[in-house]
Design a protein around this ligand. Structure first.
Ligand SMILES: *Cc1c(COP(=O)(O)O)cnc(C)c1O
Length: 456
């Protein structure tokens, strides 16, 4: 019998996270104060985040030690399995070798607890009582609820209204772990009330929900804010995925992959899988292609601009140098809620600018074709977000067949879709439509930006 899974022991859970900034040829540009347009220092983040996380946000150290208590919590579901996708390879009749790292085995069903656990841990250490956050598809809210519950912290989640309606079981999951969940835009915050006054039926967006959660944290002494993607420390925590993956490939006696693929929302699971492999490029002269997969209805990497922009809709965050569609861009209400964010994280943006990584976009219909083929050949039902990575993997595997070459492809199956049956139901009843985002819509959103441009 051929080995399908590559499993590590709990004792093999990595002891450090990897910080790619140490190896980047061009370091990320500094965040700017939107009032003065001057670079801001880490102290500006103090009202929102605990000191330990701010330190990690700006550290130049290549390796950051994972606290024992965090590793112990990780051992509930880590190391996660890596699979050889024999079923998918057969279905595609491809000479490519396809592997995937499966992050859906965590309690909340995605990679998000990899950062939720350390974030809750550092907040607890510094005496914080409550954490506020936003959630799109519900994955981040569930992960943080799980983490806060473990460390005895209160958790307030602002959930994008569209998902709140479509994904009631995600909300109940958060409630089960003791969190309070509010549909966003809500009337609890200035930011929410402002949107509701103009658009009473607003389906919400991640940008709006971020504004609400940030406002609540900034105005309360005992409360901090947590972000599930985009920021450097989040990407840092997620590198546990790629660090394990390298150990697993070594254990299987496999060559390092030719292509590493992950879906892309704000960049955390992409960073998590790919950065340790990029290190092999930057440091070891390897030439591994790392591809981020995004929806064609929210194509910041493939069609956005690289310039300073706000991280949220209301413009409350510092200005960040990133690929963006404009901070008040509200993408079509596709089911991959976790990929409906207007911008990309700073590190990933710089890497793309420097052509050290690539990006591809996929249509809404294509990604469900891919996800269903995967479910039928491999068994696991993927999260709609994860389907984007699968679509890229399938495309590259088909290219291998056309060209008659056998490449090794590794992708991140970043979450299961067991709470996303509404999305699959819509697909089967023909209600998922191809969505072409017109250039005018992108141009209009970007033209509204009055934030600093970045000289080429
Ligand atoms: C949150 C989420 C994403 C997108 O966020 P990234 O920070 O880009 O990883 C993708 N897939 C799943 C399953 C998610 O929960």
């Amino acid at each position: 019998m051929k080995n399908r899974k590559i499993i590590l022991e709990e004792s093999e859970i990595p002891e450090n996270w990897y910080n790619i900034i140490a190896d980047m040829p061009n370091k990320p540009l500094p965040p700017l104060n939107p009032g003065t347009m001057e670079p801001i220092g880490p102290e500006a983040l103090a009202p929102l985040f605990p000191e330990a996380l701010i330190k990690q946000e700006v550290t130049a150290d290549k390796w950051v030690t994972i606290p024992d208590e965090v590793r112990t919590m990780y051992s509930i579901w880590r190391p996660t399995p890596m699979y050889r996708a024999y079923g998918l390879e057969k279905a595609l009749d491809t000479p490519a070798k396809i592997y995937y790292k499966y992050e859906g085995v965590s309690p909340s069903g995605s990679h998000k607890p990899n950062t939720a656990i350390p974030q809750a841990y550092y907040n607890k250490q510094e005496g914080v009582k409550r954490i506020t956050t936003e959630t799109g598809a519900g994955q981040w809210g569930s992960a943080l609820s799980f983490a806060c519950q473990h460390f005895g912290l209160e958790c307030d989640v602002y959930m994008v209204r569209l998902s709140y309606k479509d994904k009631p079981y995600r909300k109940m999951m958060m409630n089960t772990w003791g969190a309070n969940v509010y549909p966003s835009p809500s009337d609890r915050t200035e930011a929410g009330r402002k949107i509701l006054a103009e658009f009473p039926d607003s389906p919400g967006s991640l940008g709006i929900a971020i504004s609400e959660a940030v406002e609540m944290a900034a105005t309360r002494e005992d409360t901090k804010y947590a972000l599930g993607s985009v920021l450097n420390h989040v990407k840092l925590h997620q590198t546990i995925i790629g660090l394990e993956a390298i150990k697993q490939l070594e254990k299987a006696g496999s060559d390092m992959p030719d292509i590493v693929i992950a879906p892309f929302g704000g960049g955390s699971n992409f960073a998590g899988l790919s950065f340790p492999f990029l290190r092999l490029n930057l440091e070891g002269g390897k030439n591994i292609r790392c591809i981020a997969s995004e929806p064609s209805s929210c194509p910041k990497l493939t069609r956005g601009v690289f310039r300073y922009d706000f991280g949220d809709t209301a413009g409350m965050t510092p200005l960040l140098p990133m690929y963006t569609l404009g901070h008040d861009f509200i993408p079509a209400p596709i089911h991959a809620g976790g990929l409906r964010y207007h911008g990309a994280g700073v590190i990933v943006s710089q890497l793309l600018k420097d052509k050290l990584i690539e990006a591809q976009s996929h249509d809404n219909l294509e990604i469900f074709d891919a996800g269903v083929l995967f479910a039928r050949s491999e068994g696991i039902i993927p999260a709609p977000e994860a389907n984007h990575g699968i679509a890229t993997a399938i495309k590259e595997a088909k290219r291998c067949k056309e060209e008659g070459v056998s490449k090794t492809i590794l992708f991140n199956l970043c979450g299961h879709g067991n709470f996303d049956m509404k999305a699959y139901d819509d697909y089967f009843s023909g209600n998922i439509k191809s969505h072409e985002l017109g250039q005018e819509e992108i141009d209009k959103s970007i033209a509204k930006l009055n934030t600093p441009e970045i000289p080429a």
